[in-house]
Design a binder for this molecule. Sequence first.
Ligand SMILES: *Cc1c(COP(=O)(O)O)cnc(C)c1O
Length: 396
Amino acid sequence: MDFSRTKALFDLPEGVIYLDGNSLGAMPRGVPERVEALLREEWAAQLIRGWNACGWMDMPARLGDRVGRLIGAAPGSVVMGDTLSVKVHQALAAALPMRPDRRVILSDSGNFPSDLYMAQGLAGLLGQGHEIRTPDPQDVEAAITDEVAVLMLTEVDYRTGRRHEMARLTAKAHAHGALTIWDLAHSAGAVPVDLAAVDADFAVGCTYKYLNGGPGAPAFIYVAPRLVDAVEATLSGWLGHAEPFAFAPDYAPAPGVGRMRVGTPPVLALAALEVALDIWDEVDMGALRAASVALSERFIAGVEARCAGVTLASPRDATLRGSQVSFRHPQGYAVMQALIAEGVIGDFRQPDIMRFGFTPLYLDAGDIDRAVDILADILATGRWDRPAFHARKAVT
Ligand SMILES: *Cc1c(COP(=O)(O)O)cnc(C)c1O
């Protein structure tokens, strides 16, 4: 697969090496044109007729199928909408009543806080005494017992890039009668995922990270086809109804994953995502993974050879990593600000982690080598140690 061709499809500022596509993907060049066409030719010209004439109403299912191809989900098992935090709530609210005699939600201490917050909020709302257990990631497997109702994990750790073994953990959860919810925020578009093959129950993820859907792009949710008709949708909005335009007083779920829709689809955001998916439709995830590993290994080797004072925070074994590499440095925040000032954009996570994301669609070996050169120089000269680089911004 020729990734120089995909690189040309992205609009990146001159002189910037963008190593933060794990947090917010770059913009495909076709987005402004598509969004403008939607505004002028569809919204302005068609007005409310657009819902039928322009296929707006089907976008959550249509785009869901295209995301589904990247994560091993059969057509009709993924739907788009809302934000990832809301999709975590929906998946958990669907799964817990399927294990009515159990009270343990098992996650891990490395999970993204919003997933844990959503579980805490739902447990409080249910008022049934659910307990959320968060062992360290390496201890999760041993913590899967017959008490567990739901195993809720993020496959790739947002701080370190450590990757859980989805197939093995899912099989163990099932052997103990538990359901699984996999958060694919740092997996979709980053690593090959095969939800059908691992027999996952629920999966959720966002599309503004590796998938390049744009800031605030809608999330996705997957429900295994063998389960979906037993799912009670608790966020039972009208667009998850079997017949929204019957305007019946009582809720009746749509067949299949359509019941996980809530309200009116975010059409403008979906249109931007659609352009990104045009690129993804051509991508072979095996080839992407090989390119991601090569870029990550090149970065680790370069940094370790040339940069003093940093230590690898990610697993050294590439098979245990997602598509990001993290290094610790006691002054990681200031070092990252200095890097950003010189055009190498990564980000920082508490307490001392510098994160670098690898997105082969728009990064190549030359970018990695230049990023290493600049980091090595910033550390060697100490020019990160300026007051401006120590001042904390609201979004890190
Ligand atoms: C990025 C991320 C989120 C963010 O959720 P939003 O509702 O989209 O803001 C949630 N969970 C995980 C694991 C993430 O990586």
